[in-house]
Design a protein around this ligand. Structure first.
Ligand SMILES: Cc1ncc(COP(=O)(O)O)c(C=O)c1O
Length: 357
């Protein structure tokens, strides 16, 4: 199979040495070796994210942990901030789990502001709020600092649940300082691993709350995960061991780069790609709320995004069409994980050449 460099917002490009790290001899998941491997991955993650909270790596995709967050810490009422497909998915998950979700909705491409959330929380009864830190369907970055500050000041008992699936370890926000109770992310985005693992970062009070919820399910039970971890650093069920080998190696790479530098690299790629988009097309998200990890471009020239992607494929690259109703109206260029500014220059120049701009 020929290699196409991935500029899609997940799965992202995985470096060859990380792909190869998966190809080690299998070990038993009840071995000390696996416990040590899991423990290393957890401690390195805490170090990278500068968090004292619990960290759990699950064998699942991010959606699993979105469901897990709802089941573990919401008894009934949860408020969802919705501005795209993934934030809407979390609302549907709450419905499917038999909860009573409320919603604050804004148009796709816009960010949900603290005033709207405040007005809804003021009605009372909510146990938690969900925030999609990086809405991948539109390329909007939530004003997480402002949202979290408002919630912490005015509604200290309300838990904050964050979907950072397409931003964690690319974009930066301080989990502990903002008092975020559950943050979830997938391996196949800014962590630059193959799909198959997902991480939940859980505050002590979210852990306390989970213990009071009797029907929190089985597979994603935080308490079961913690108990097993405290016993021998293992996981309650069989993990994707090959992916843990790759994770261990990639986390070393991220630590060596340093989170601050990694964030700066993402900012630099975002700035470059956004300027390019403004020059030849337009940028879809409202100004001031553009994602750090992907750029959603408005197709002002009415090009065929499908044909563009085919032509890019012949040059060994792939971008993403718009999501859902935004298909062909927008296209998305991801700059996440281990991609560099050179990669962004390469893909944008290829688009210019193909379209003869
Ligand atoms: C913001 C966001 N949330 C949730 C998901 C779902 O994650 P997964 O596909 O790992 O289940 C995605 C996937 O693209 C996403 O971008």
């Amino acid at each position: 199979m020929t290699h196409k460099k991935l500029f899609v917002p997940g799965p992202t490009e995985v470096r060859e040495e990380i792909l190869k790290a998966q190809a080690q001899w299998m070990i038993g998941h009840r071995s000390k070796e696996f416990g040590d491997l899991n423990h290393r991955c957890i401690e390195k993650t805490r170090q990278i994210l500068k968090t004292k909270n619990y960290v759990f790596w699950w064998t699942a995709s991010g959606t699993g942990l979105m469901e897990g967050a709802i089941r573990n810490v919401v008894r009934k009422k949860v408020l969802h901030t919705i501005n795209g497909a993934f934030s809407d998915r979390w609302f549907k998950i709450s419905q499917a789990c038999g909860k009573e979700p409320g919603a604050v909705r804004v148009e796709w491409g816009k960010a949900v502001r603290p005033e709207l959330v405040d007005a809804e929380l003021a009605k009372g009864g909510y146990e938690a709020v969900t925030i999609t830190q990086n809405e991948t369907s539109t390329g909007v970055r939530a004003p997480i600092e402002e949202l979290a500050t408002m919630i912490r000041e005015k509604y200290p008992d309300v838990l904050i649940l964050v979907d950072a699936v397409s931003s964690l370890m690319g974009d930066w926000f301080d989990i502990d300082r903002l008092g975020l109770d559950v943050v979830v992310a997938s391996s196949q985005k800014c962590v630059a691993l193959p799909p198959g693992l997902a991480v939940a970062i859980v505050s002590p009070r979210a852990m306390e709350k989970c213990r009071t919820i009797p029907d929190r399910g089985y597979y994603f039970d935080y308490e079961a995960m913690l108990k097993r971890y405290e016993k021998d650093h293992q996981t309650p069920t069989t993990p994707a061991i090959s992916l843990f080998w790759a994770l261990d190696k990639e986390l070393d790479y991220i630590l060596a780069e340093g989170m601050e530098k990694r964030y700066q690299r993402h900012l630099e790629m975002a700035k470059f790609t956004r300027e390019w988009a403004k020059k030849y097309f337009a940028v879809f998200p409202e100004p001031g709320y553009e994602s750090v990890t992907l750029t959603t471009v408005t197709n002002t020239r009415g090009i065929s995004v499908k044909d563009l992607n085919t032509a890019l494929g012949e040059r060994g690259m792939q971008i993403s069409n718009g999501y859902g109703d935004l298909k062909e109206k927008t296209f998305r260029i991801a700059h996440m994980g281990d991609l560099t500014l050179n990669d962004m220059q390469e893909v944008t120049q290829a688009i210019v050449d193909i379209l003869k701009l």
